[in-house]
Design a protein around this ligand. Sequence first.
Ligand code: LLP
Length: 413
Amino acid sequence: MHHFEYRHNELHAEDIPVRQLAAEYGTPLYVYSSATLTHHFQAFDSAFGTPHLTCYSVKACSNIAILRLLGALGAGVDIVSGGELHRALKAGIAAERIVYSGVGKKREEIRQALQAGILMFNVESMQELESINAVAREMETVARISIRINPDVDPKTHPYISTGLKKNKFGLDLIQARAAYRRASELDCIEPVGIDCHIGSQLTSLAPFLEALDRVLLFCSSLRDEGIQLRYLDLGGGLGIPYNEEDPPHPAEYGNALTERLHGTDITLILEPGRVIAGNAGILVTKVIYTKETPGKNFVIVDAAMNDLVRPSLYQSYHRIAEVSPQGRKSRAVDVVGPICESGDFLAQDRAFPEVRQEELLVLFSAGAYGFSMSSQYNSRPRAAEVLVCGNTSTLIRRRETYDDLTALEENA
Ligand code: LLP
């Protein structure tokens, strides 16, 4: 369920016409629905019948207002940098609900996370394990860790977002992971408490998750035989969403399947969903600047670009585009492109789309995850504003950047 609907031929975000939001805050504009975020989080979190902690993946959509909203619903978070730790703490997420993943944690970041008292580090290499131990020793504390397993399972998704294959940089294979657990149990300032695995993103079937889970569980039981007992099993994120015609499993199916597998164990499950919470809770609103017909193509040139939403350019991903107030004109194939000086700057290619005119508003759906969070200032374009809607009220949760923002860090450097 989401809360972006047409009423009287006008797209609404919950109870507010999107046209009104565009007039008030300008375009390009990210609009999130708090009802959708809440619904997605609760549907996901309630899908698991075993003890668990849902740690929203901050990278999907990192605005602190969104972290606060999810935190108030009981979410923990999955972080991958010191910056995300900063955001999470600022949003009031309790440290004991924070897990920290990523292949390149720096000592300073490790120190900050230990200082905060996070639940655990998901360790991705032997050197990282030694670094965490060294930092924890300096701080006279003990670091709780999981080893991230690379189970060599094909998630059947875009190559840039699969992470659990042998050739990927993430995690350790089972042989190296065993060595890492043995080493971890020797180190004074390390307490191995969990096991972790994240095989990729935008998965549209359960089979790869279950295959990975089976491998991890088998591995866990062999560790137990060696006297290494783990409390947490972190299965990462990755559940896909419908962008177009995909038909991913519902969180309830995912939850049931995992609950069934873990029934009777004393493991606490940790999940790190990002896209499934935020993806369809956000839209990107943009305005047509020009239309241009060339012998080769019809272009619709809009004021959002690859710096605002890079997914189409980077992964050839599909975002549904529509008019904010459909005019019923005839359709033809168009490329919807931004103003950036690169041919790779497109939001849609060869898309059947009704004729639109200058100044009309368009909407890109499913833009809540990896939309704003991957945006940049490329071509010196100030980043878009973000607005959170709740019923008939809207709150500006990040103001539009100004030209002065673009140069602020350079002025007195
Ligand atoms: N946990 C870890 C360790 C991750 O690396 C990720 C995503 C997640 C959780 C959350 O995955 P999700 O539930 O959102 O699939 N920029 C790409 C997606 C990159 C995902 C990176 N890691 C995109 O726009 O499709």
